[in-house]
Design a protein around this ligand. Structure first.
Ligand code: ZN
Length: 197
């Protein structure tokens, strides 16, 4: 380890390990108290996140959260395997039922997203951009595994975003069937994750 990464390690205020596969999610940041507003302004934060698979840390990255005068923010990520940092804007919305929702503005397509995915040699981007990127890199095997995992996730009533959430067991489904399906999703995910470039 060296260079920019080790230099930036000093000032971290928080260290969070998540089992989410290489993704950063506004809800996770909010739940960990990292994404917070005081008087309409995002709080400035530095923290690092690591991702683990089977108890082993696979990736880590350093983050800086900066408030902008217009109430929006910018998140900067320095992945330890990258030379250059990546940035994404953060926006806030206030749903009618109250509270605050935070969104990333995807650096790839500029659309609002709650989750950005990180990979060793691609910038952080939303699932849609990530799929395009992986397709173009002919990551077919990995892609097929993840597509199957998404399919099962949807069968369980989920949105296909298997890396960030698991839908609860559908009422009419046997517990054993549900467990088999969730195990399958995890297997596909782990197998896909071990496929390297
Ligand atoms: Zn995108």
């Amino acid at each position: 380890m060296g260079g920019r990464w080790s230099g930036r390690r000093k000032g971290f205020s928080r260290r969070v390990t998540t089992d989410h596969f290489c993704s950063v999610n506004t809800k996770c940041l909010k739940d960990n108290g990292l994404l917070k507003c005081t008087e309409g302004q995002l709080n400035w934060r530095v923290f690092d996140l690591s991702w683990s698979m089977g108890g082993e840390v696979t990736h880590s990255a350093a983050f800086t959260l900066e408030a902008k005068p217009d109430g929006k923010g910018v998140i900067t990520m320095q992945h330890h395997a990258h030379d250059a940092p990546f940035q994404a804007h953060i926006e806030r919305t206030t749903p009618h039922y109250g509270g605050t929702r935070y969104w990333f503005c995807c650096p790839g397509c500029s659309e609002r997203t709650t989750t950005l995915y990180l990979f060793k040699d691609t910038p952080m981007q939303c699932r849609k951009c990530w799929r395009l990127c992986y397709r173009s890199q002919l990551q077919w095997t990995k892609w097929n595994l993840y597509e199957r995992a998404e399919e099962i996730h949807r069968e369980l009533g989920g949105d296909g975003d298997f890396a960030t959430n698991m839908p609860p067991r559908p009422l009419r489904m046997h517990r054993r069937t549900y467990e088999r399906k969730t195990d399958k999703i995890f297997d596909l995910w782990v197998t896909g994750a071990t496929i390297r470039h």
